[in-house]
Each structure stands twice: as structure tokens, then as C-alpha cells.
Write a protein that binds this ligand. Sequence first.
Ligand SMILES: [Zn+2]
Length: 400
Amino acid sequence: MPDRIAVRPAEPQVDLKARVAAAVEGDRAEILDLSHRIHANPEPAFLEHNAAAWIAEILRGRGFAVEHPAGSLETAIRATYPGGRGGDGPRIGILAEYDALPGLGHGCGHNTMAASGVGAALALAAVADELPGEIVFLGTPAEERGSGKQIMIDDGLFAGIDAALLYHPCDRNHVESHPLASEDVDVVFTGLQSHAAADPWKGRNALDALILLFSSVGLWRQQLRPTTRVHGIIREGGTAANIIPERASAWFMLRSEDQAYYEEIKARFIQMCEAAALATGTTAEVTVSGGSTTMRNNGVLAARFRANMAAYGIEDMGDDPTAGSTDMANVSWVCPTIHPDLAICDDGVPAHSILFRDAAATPRADETTLLAATLVAQTAVELFSDPALVEAAWAEFRAG
Ligand SMILES: [Zn+2]
């Protein structure tokens, strides 16, 4: 048996990066078991009780100080592990999502994110004796609806974080993406019931208002900028054909890649709701969720993640042109942030589909999950080891 110390590279960072990779490999079974368990038990936004409990249990078992629930969200987790090297050091946030899509399951593959985030945190804890600062694992619920990360930001759970790292599954490899600002809008029209044949003139038709709103949006689309999205579904449209509908409701989403333009379209959408109510003699109640923002990709962090990918022979395919929306973007306004995507399936498989859901539990997804844990942990090691890198990320952040 050769002396292993003697063959270690001289650069301490290189050594630590190899050790976190080995730690992920050592935890392979536990990481993949977590991914598969969450995949088999999909829980929608704010209701991720099993996933959060399983994650908290694993981290507690490995010596993390675990807050769960954390802040105001029952399914949020904040778990910390101190570096053993002493002195001032950064607090590096390792994030994990675990919500599923109603009626579809893990069609966005968040089970792989939960598992890779846990894997990265465990790998860093394995070398924590040689790190300064603090490892902060943040389990972030409700990405698909409700912007859980914004709630956690408001709860103060991101205070003092120097960098936020996570991975998201995709059909391609991208380090940077440009998600759209997005909000959910609930619209309810209220009118008055009457007999649809005997005395329809006595009623005020809430469904008519909703149809007018959809027509307005349909016409409006021609004048919208190409990267703007307005899309909705009807939730309630009346109860019987012989009753003038008293209540009709819809769930819309508004999105734009430009934060200022987003505010314009939101104001316009609300005017359209009011116009439809005016035209039909009904009233409109519009509730805007408070959603996700545009993303500020941190180039300093992205360059490190990209270099770590390259060491595994993975090429960055360039910015993702078709990003949806994510509350990770909200975090990017709080501290230096990256949201890299790694492929779990062939190019062209659409996210939020049955195909993508099924891909999220395949051997290929498993390998990506483990690699993502390694790359996130390696990028964190570089930040822990190099105060100048953290400072450079913040300098870019402050420059806007
Ligand atoms: Zn997602």
C-alpha cells in the first residue's frame, strides 16, 4: 500500500476537492435512496412534509444543527455545520428544493435537487475540520408555487449568507439562465344568479366577465414583447347551464424577463380585469401572489462552477434561452447566487412533463445527482478556501 499522503497534490484546495468528491461517492447509497423516496412520494408546494422530515433526519444524524420547521414555513429547513479551522470564514449556503407538481409528480425533478443538496452538505461536513466559516444547508419549499425562498428571505433565514449554490435538473447543461419575473394572479368575478331562460336579464354573468378577460389577454398578446408570457386556466365557470353564473374564477400567471416591464404588464392586466367587470356589471377581485423576480447570475461563482464541470468533461452549452421562472432569482438579489442546470435526460425532453418526471429517477439522473453534489461541494470548497473569491463575488454583486 503506497503512502497516500505522499501522492496527494500539493495544493490544499485540490486535495479538499478530491475529498468531497470521494465523500459524495461514499454516501452514494444514502443520497440516491433519498432521491428515489422523494420521487415516489411527490408532495406539492408547502406540503412537502415527508421530504423535509427525511432531509432533516439525515442531516441531524450527521451532526448538523437542524432547525425544522424554519421560520414561518413548516417544511423549510435551516441546518448548519461549523467549520473547524476557526477564524473568520464565509457562510456558504447549499440550497435544495423538493416540491412536486400537482397531478404530475416530480415533473421538474426536484427530488434530484433535494438529494444533491444533501449530498453536497454531507460532503462539506466530512471535510469541515479543514474549513473556516460555516456550512448552511437551506431546504427551500414551494418553488413551483408561492415562492418559498422569498418567504424564507423575509423570515431572515438568508441573513449572513455569503453565497447561495444549488443545482437544477434539465435536458441540457447550462451554468447561467435567465428566468422570467413571475407571479400568480387569482381572479374572481362576482355577479348575480338568475334563471338563464325565464329571467336572464335579472342576472349579471360572471362567466361573461371571465371570457372577456381571456379575449382581452388573447388580443393583448400581439402587442407584448416576445419574452413576456401571460397564461391562465379557468377554475370556476358556473354550476349549471340554466343558471346565470354568479361566480367565475381563474388562475393566471404573468411573466417577463424585464423587471420594469413586468410591473407595466401587471398594472395593465389588472386594468383588463376591471374593464371586464365594468362591461358585465360584475365585480372583480384580483389577488397577486408576490412571486419570483428576474435573476442576477453571479459571473464569479458561475466561472468556478463551469471550471469544476469542465474537470469532469462537461461543457457549458451557454445561457438557457427558455428558462421559466424560479424563486432562486429572488435569492440572487440578496447574495451572490448561481442556478446551474445539469442534464438528466436527452436534449429536447420538456420539463414539467411525464417524460421528465420519469427521467428524474433513472440511472442517468442518479449519476447527475451525485455529480451535482460534487460540483456544488467543490465550488463551496473554493469559496471556503479563498477569501478573495468571496470578495470578488460580492464586488460583482454590489456593482449590480
Ligand atoms: Zn424546478
